[in-house]
Design a protein. Structure first.
Length: 686
């Protein structure tokens, strides 16, 4: 009996040990949920992209944002885009990779909150790019940023980099967000020895050398340099100091951490990353429930009454299945005109199933952005995935929607200090009444640059469908503009005091050509003894194409002034209609004396003495002067003009606010400079 009893005890102990081993082998499983104000994004591996494995990233690992490759006209990656949306990532949480050759196509055809160019300006010490075959210039990045704003005003340009040289500083000023792209700390040596030779930015820069430790110190430097634009950064899925880095992310107030997992990453590494994120408060770690869902039915209690923009929607439903535990689910919708469902908020909700049943009630506050038919559904994510019936809701518009329906200017070309009258009309194309507001007036030198405020005008109540009478506003042109085309902008409700159904259509603009100008003043002086101003001299200025002529006549003292002459190249000419009156025998004698070496003549006297226009002064000129005096001839030969001016008639450049000219003149043949003002004979046609 003792032996038999002992044998039974051993059998029981064996069974207990086996049972304990079986219990311990039943490993608990977990999933992760996003938390408020912090999001995780991921650069997936190729397997995820090509084989549609987005759902597990969203539903199990808690990623709210995802990077995908954009399509080009010849390369179609739209399946990635559609698969990501179907998996629960919405357009506000997509980071779409673009490049110089496809950005317009991608932006036009694939809506996304974020468009990304990786390491656009990163280069080695020889100026060679670390990514691709050509660095992006500041001009290229500005052009892409402006295109995004023109097509998708709410979308952002995202770039990254790690060497904080002038190129990254300049690029960061253009982009809306910037990430740190290295997985180590980079330190500057402070020695200007790195010649980049890439054509823009500083030619000589301090090199940034890889340092010890994780990238926390570089993150802090990025935050100091880029401020709020540095609110995202990268970690690496194949190993990084996650715990330290998440602490640094909390310290710096970062909003999103992106995990680079382009290389195939196994779930064990994702679990390490997500556990670190949960430990730092970036995810919620939830044990998977021992339940099974089999059916969901949802209803919209207010149907069929339509909702209005700005209202909330309340939906209810029932989940049925087996067991008791937590069931996670999310709400999705298909917007008016859309093909695919997408997450409404991205929030994973939870409900407790008891004995195979659970009731759900959800209130979604003010989700609607446009009118039309919305289709709702629920999808469970934990413990298994099932989809509910679809429920349609109609949304109508009842908000005002102001726009500038007409804008024009009374001038197309202006100078600094000019006053311009803007004529405009404001229209309310919404279904709600627009209360009193203000119309703002601003300008910018490029279509999508930030506006520079000028003035405002008060606007009264505008009923739905109504348009105001034509209003006018007088604006003074600033004196610090540079020559070029500007956009004068009228902005309805510029203070944004009205809640409108469409906040993106309030502005309208028209072009105006600003010309920098110069005031040209001067005097026409007769080269007599002494000098004196010559009245009634015609001064003409023509532009380089001889299309525009400005004319002035000198006053009694020979003075003249041109105002608001636009910058550019011009030619200037002078003309006097005074009859030749001072040429006499004394002038002929002066020429003879000069010819025989008895006297000297200055440069202008030599020009006046050379009346036969052959560039040689001799007795022939003296004879012609005497013949003109005696009335034998009425003009000098070889097109010698009666009046000579010493200012060149070739072009001159106007490129400063003030220009002063002094022009000397003399009669042909007046070698002894005897012309006097009282000898004027004024043509009646002047």
């Amino acid at each position: 009996m003792k032996v038999k009893f002992q044998s039974n005890i051993n059998a029981v102990l064996f069974l207990i040990i086996i049972s304990c081993n079986l219990i311990s082998a039943q490993t608990k499983t977990y999933h992760y949920l996003p938390v408020a104000n912090k999001t995780l994004g991921i650069w997936p591996d190729t397997d995820t992209w090509m084989n549609n494995k987005f759902a597990v990233l969203h539903d199990k690992w808690g990623f709210s944002k995802v990077l995908i490759v954009s399509s080009s006209p010849g390369v179609d990656y739209s399946f990635m885009y559609n698969n990501a949306l179907a998996a629960g990532f919405n357009m506000d949480n997509l980071l779409l990779v673009i490049w110089r050759s496809n950005y317009q196509y991608a932006i036009d055809n694939f809506p996304s909150k974020y468009y990304y160019i990786g390491e656009a300006v990163e280069h080695d010490c020889a100026g060679q790019p670390t990514v691709g075959d050509k660095l992006y210039s500041a001009t290229e990045l500005s052009t892409i940023s402006q295109y995004i704003k023109s097509k998708r005003p709410a979308s952002k340009l995202v770039i990254d980099g790690y060497k904080r040289c002038s190129h990254l500083i300049i690029a960061g000023g253009i982009a809306d967000k910037i990430l740190y792209s290295s997985y180590v700390n980079w330190n500057s040596t402070g020695l200007p020895v790195c010649h980049v030779n890439i054509g823009w930015g500083d030619n000589w820069e301090s090199p940034w050398l890889e340092g010890a430790g994780n990238q926390s110190d570089s993150w802090r430097d990025m935050k100091q340099k880029f401020g709020s634009k540095f609110s995202w950064s990268w970690m690496h899925a194949n190993g990084d100091d996650y715990f330290d880095l998440f602490r640094t992310a909390n310290e710096l107030g970062l909003e999103t951490i992106w995990l680079y997992s382009y290389d195939l990453v196994d779930p064990a590494k994702l679990e390490i990353f997500c556990n670190a994120a949960a430990n730092a408060g970036w995810l919620q770690k939830v044990e998977d429930a021992n339940v099974q869902t089999v059916d969901i039915s949802i209803t919209y209690p207010s149907s069929p009454a339509p909702l209005k923009l700005g209202e909330s929607i309340t939906t209810s439903g029932t989940i049925s299945g087996s067991g008791s535990g937590i069931v996670n689910y999310k709400w999705q919708w298909k917007k008016p005109g859309a093909v695919n469902f997408e997450d409404i908020t991205g929030v994973i909700e939870a409900v407790t199933m008891t004995n195979g049943t659970a009731d759900i009630l959800s209130v979604i506050s003010n989700p609607f952005t446009e009118i039309g038919a919305y289709t709702f559904r629920i999808i469970t994510t934990i413990p298994n995935t099932i989809t509910s019936n679809e429920q349609q809701v109609i949304v109508e518009l009842n908000k005002p929607d102001l726009r500038i329906s007409y804008i024009s200017l009374n001038k197309q070309e202006v100078f600094a200090g000019d006053q311009v009258t803007i004529s405009y009309r404001v229209e309310n194309i919404g279904l709600g009444k627009a209360e009193a507001s203000r119309v703002g007036f601003s300008y910018n030198p490029t279509p999508y640059a930030p506006d520079y405020f000028l003035d405002f005008a008060d606007e009264s109540i505008i009923q739905p469908g109504a348009t105001t009478a034509t209003r006018t506003k007088v604006i003074t042109i600033p004196d610090d503009w540079e020559t070029g085309i500007y956009y004068m902008i009228a902005f309805a409700d510029y203070q944004n005091v009205l809640a409108e159904s469409n906040e993106g259509n309030n502005r309208s603009s028209t072009q105006i050509n600003f010309l920098q100008s110069c005031d040209i003043s001067g005097a026409v002086l007769y080269d007599g003894i002494p000098e004196f101003g010559l009245a009634n001299c015609n001064i003409r200025i023509k532009n380089n194409e001889n299309l525009i002529t400005y004319t002035k006549t000198s006053d009694a003292n020979g003075n003249f002034t041109f105002t608001n002459i636009p910058y550019g190249e011009y030619s200037i000419s002078f003309q006097s209609n005074l009859a030749l009156s001072s040429v006499n025998a004394a002038d002929a004698l002066q020429v003879v004396k000069y010819y025989v070496g008895m006297t000297e003549l200055d440069e202008f006297q030599l020009i006046a003495a050379n009346v036969n226009n052959n560039k040689v002064v001799n007795s022939g000129d003296a004879l012609l002067i005497l013949q003109r005096y005696l009335g034998i001839i009425t003009v000098f030969p070889n097109n010698k003009p009666d009046w000579l001016f010493n200012y060149p008639t070739s072009h001159f450049i106007v490129n400063q606010p003030q220009k002063n000219l002094t022009i000397k003149c003399i009669e042909s043949g007046d070698v002894n400079k005897s012309f006097k003002i009282e000898n004027e004979v004024i043509d009646d046609d002047i």
